[in-house]
Design a protein around this ligand. Structure first.
Ligand SMILES: Nc1nc2c(c(=O)[nH]1)N[C@H]1C(S)=C(S)[C@@H](COP(=O)(O)O)O[C@H]1N2
Ligand SMILES: [Mo]
Length: 323
């Protein structure tokens, strides 16, 4: 199995069902996370949603929060595109399928197992887990290995805060994330395109970098199922496939996790998957990308534009070999 090569046609979909679904999420968000306050600004989730006339206006820029040190000031991708142009193979390989099919995913109640090289393994409810941390906004670029990109206003907490809370033992060197494995809820798992569950991982120093983020929402509202509800990883300097969705287990390990895409096609996908315009995918160039919503392609930046922040993590490493 492999990723679908970059497409040139504009597939940004528009459909009314999404608008309805979005209203459902809004209702959900108010019910379950109404007391959460974003640290980036003083607006509560509730206030932001209540005062927003449209989904776009509810986005961070619309709320006029001052940009934080890790936010990009680039134009945000439309909420419509972010939530209807997705890769989530548990719901099919077509970009439009996750938004249409992910309604079968039940995201409450939901627990996450925190285990491995930690002081005390535990299973925690998602609402408890997200109450451990102040939730904040992060406007990040996202670059898919297929050659398209978006700018997404995530909402969540730094992964480093969770790792510290897990109290790593001295043997912990990596972190492994496991997604839900349940073909009844995820019908694409019956289609046999990848090995399930989807697994991803990071080196522990990558996980502790302040850019590494756990998202529970987009634009101040809970994640739509198709974007990886109720909890997904966001690592903006790496290709999008590292950003595993619908996580049920987080494990600290002493050895490098065996990750889904690297297992499925080791010649095409590596563990590191740092965005690198100089190292082409065997079947296509990585030099440029199509920003969803734009017509012409733009150059892809080393580490997806985050080189200043993260390049030192890889000093002395051959990035061509460790792709
Ligand atoms: N569980 C799971 N997580 C996943 C995927 C997937 O198929 N399953 N696809 C990945 C890929 S290839 C990309 S580009 C991003 C897409 O995230 P988005 O749909 O929220 O833009 O999710 C990543 N996380
Ligand atoms: Mo991707």
């Amino acid at each position: 199995m492999s990723h679908i090569p970059p497409e040139e046609s504009s597939l940004e979909p528009k459909n009314e069902a999404q608008t309805m679904q979005r209203r459902e999420f809004l209702k959900n968000a108010v019910l379950t996370t109404g007391t959460i306050v974003g640290v980036g600004g003083s607006l509560s989730l509730l206030t932001r949603q209540a005062s927003a006339a449209t989904p776009e206006a509810a986005l961070i820029g619309g709320a006029k929060r001052p940009l934080g040190p890790y936010d990009t000031s680039e134009a945000q991708t439309s909420y419509q595109s972010i939530t209807t142009y997705n890769n989530f193979y548990e719901f099919g390989t077509d970009k439009a399928e996750p938004a249409k099919r992910a309604g079968t995913l039940k995201t409450r109640p939901w627990t996450v197992l925190l285990d491995g090289e930690v002081k005390k393994p535990q299973r925690v409810d998602i609402d408890t887990l997200q109450s451990w941390f102040p939730l904040e906004d992060r406007i990040y670029r996202m670059r898919c290995v297929e050659g398209w990109s978006m700018v997404i206003p995530w909402f969540g907490f730094p992964l480093a805060a969770l790792v510290r809370r897990m109290q790593p033992t001295s043997k912990a060197k990596y972190i492994q994330f496991t997604a839900l494995n349940d073909p009844k809820q995820m019908p694409g798992q019956l289609e046999g395109v990848l090995e399930w569950p989807y697994v991803e991982g990071l080196r522990l120093d990558e996980a502790l970098h302040p850019l590494s983020f756990m998202a529970v929402g987009i634009g101040g509202r809970l994640l739509p199922n198709q974007n990886g509800a109720p909890l997904r990883l966001v690592v903006p300097w790496k290709y999008g496939f590292k950003g595993i969705k619908s996580i049920v287990r987080i494990t600290l390990t002493s050895t490098m996790p065996r990750t889904t895409w690297a297992l499925s096609n080791p010649g095409e996908y590596g563990f590191y998957a740092n965005v690198n315009p100089k190292v082409d995918h065997p079947r296509w160039s990585q030099a440029t990308e199509r920003r969803i919503g734009e017509l012409s392609r733009r150059p892809t930046l080393p580490f997806n534009g985050y080189a200043r922040e993260v390049a030192s993590l890889y000093s002395g490493m051959d990035l061509r070999r460790n792709f």
